[in-house]
Design a protein around this ligand. Structure first.
Ligand SMILES: [Mg+2]
Length: 463
């Protein structure tokens, strides 16, 4: 898998976990699976919003808000400037964003200097090993992953120490950074646990080794999962036992308690491990939010992807496709329409749109899914992405939506999905499906051999 898929997966995965877990925060165990016993692929998904703070479906919380503050500070200063970053935290905390933890609020609203306040607070209260610094650790883990394990762990500790005077919290961030560094390089973060523990200060190692052991389960936790040890322990436990991104998140949210933060941490690691294409598109498409006190910008999926690439050393550019002559929408199969980028962008707002390319500015459609698929031979796990798209397409059709499938030109990726739907839902051979679509959609493009190979691997749906 290309590193860029992992980098985007890490940042988007952490925001997805935050938003997915938020409605269940401080609830009892098992709530997520009780409400969603099977995947919810229609217009209403597991990104359900609500909870005691009334989140919008897909809206991220303070975890991602603080992570974005870290990301922007790193980019604008070309590295870690602690005073600048602390100033951003203070400015944010001044407007009382919802869901901010007690300890972070106390530190950021104290008016004390950045380099002493967290230590003073820890000395006075003895309580500072919450998960509030771990939850914002992903951007720095990406940024410093290119500088090696020591530098990455050191930066993680310094950013943690801005709000968390207890070194135990900083050690948790250092471990997280090391697991993330290994995952972004294509390694298995679970086998990196021993080398991550080697980075931990001696007096903290034993306690961290206990919660990261393969035999540890969340039932063994000696404190709530608002504490840094059980948060990271639970995330790693879910990574060990979940088969894919969705299952990892289901496992941690079903633990109850501090669900947004535990899912944010688990989602970051799982996103790095399974990549951007491993995140169900119904979740990644919905994730969004604002950073209080930092303007009215609405962050969405494309913004997070562009930010992730910049944190990995690429130029920060906002993609703009320009204006292209519109093609479609045209009803190619019953209830299933096709188009190119601007054909879809300017279509009736009640279409359920499935996008298979980069968009530039977001669409106005209420039901809008964005899949991570490139028109080349280098898609990682194309089968999983195609299955995700076809499952959502089928669910949206079953709810009566007119579904509009499009990509940049409406030819190759759009053709993949239309043909795939016929193979899977109508039991056609690839040749039959291709002829059927070509007759009704003259824009069909067949140049991508890896797409046809993926269609050959599809099996008709049962029943
Ligand atoms: Mg939160």
């Amino acid at each position: 898998m290309h590193r860029s898929h992992r980098v985007a997966g890490a940042l988007v995965g952490s925001a997805v976990g935050d938003a997915l877990g938020a409605p269940f925060e401080f609830g009892p165990p098992g709530q997520f699976s009780a409400r969603f016993p099977v995947p919810a692929r229609g217009a209403n998904t597991e990104m359900c919003g609500g909870g005691s703070l009334g989140w919008e479906p897909g809206e991220f919380t303070d975890d991602t808000q603080m992570a974005l503050l870290v990301a922007e500070s790193l980019l604008e200063n070309d590295g870690l400037e602690e005073a600048d970053l602390f100033g951003r935290f203070v400015r944010w905390a001044e407007v009382e964003p919802p869901d901010v933890g007690k300890q972070i609020r106390a530190v950021l609203r104290s008016g004390r200097p950045w380099d002493v306040v967290a230590a003073e607070h820890f000395a006075a209260t003895g309580r500072a090993a919450g998960n509030g610094s771990l939850m914002r650790a992903t951007p720095a883990a990406i940024w410093f992953s290119r500088s090696g394990g020591e530098a990455s762990a050191d930066a993680a500790r310094r950013i943690s120490a801005l709000t968390h005077g207890d070194p135990a919290a900083g050690e948790g961030c250092a471990i997280y950074a090391e697991l993330m560094r290994v995952a972004l390089d294509g390694g298995d973060p679970l086998t990196a646990v021993p080398s991550a523990l080697a980075l931990v200060a001696d007096e903290h190692r034993e306690r961290w080794a206990a919660v990261l052991a393969s035999s540890w389960t969340p039932a063994d936790a000696t404190e709530s999962n608002g504490a840094v040890w059980s948060t990271l322990g639970s995330a790693v436990w879910a990574l060990r036992h979940g088969r894919d991104f969705a299952e990892v998140l289901r496992l941690v949210i079903d633990l109850g308690g501090d669900t947004d933060t535990v899912a944010c941490v688990a989602g970051g690691l799982a996103g790095a491990m399974f990549g951007m294409g491993g995140i169900p598109m119904r979740w990644s498409s919905a994730v969004h939010g604002r950073v209080p006190a930092f303007g009215d910008r609405r962050w969405g999926l494309a913004d997070l992807q562009e930010l992730a690439a910049a944190l990995d050393g690429k130029p920060l550019v906002h993609y703009s496709p320009g204006v292209i002559p519109r093609i479609g929408p045209t009803e190619v199969l019953p209830g299933i329409w096709a188009g190119n980028l601007d054909g879809a962008r300017y279509s009736e707002a009640d279409f359920a749109v499935i996008s298979l390319c980069r968009l530039g500015d977001p669409f106005p459609h209420e039901v809008h899914r964005m899949a991570y698929v490139a028109d080349n031979e280098w898609n990682h796990d194309l089968d999983a992405v195609l299955a995700d798209v076809l499952d959502d397409l089928t669910a949206l059709r079953a709810e009566g939506h007119q579904v509009l499938v499009h990509c940049h030109g409406g030819a190759s990726r759009t053709g993949l999905v239309l043909r795939g739907w016929l193979v899977r839902e109508k039991g056609m051979s690839v040749e039959e499906a291709t002829a059927h679509v070509a007759e009704r959609w003259p824009h069909l493009g067949l140049w991508n051999g890896s797409f046809t190979a993926a269609l050959e691997r599809l099996r008709p749906a049962e029943g």
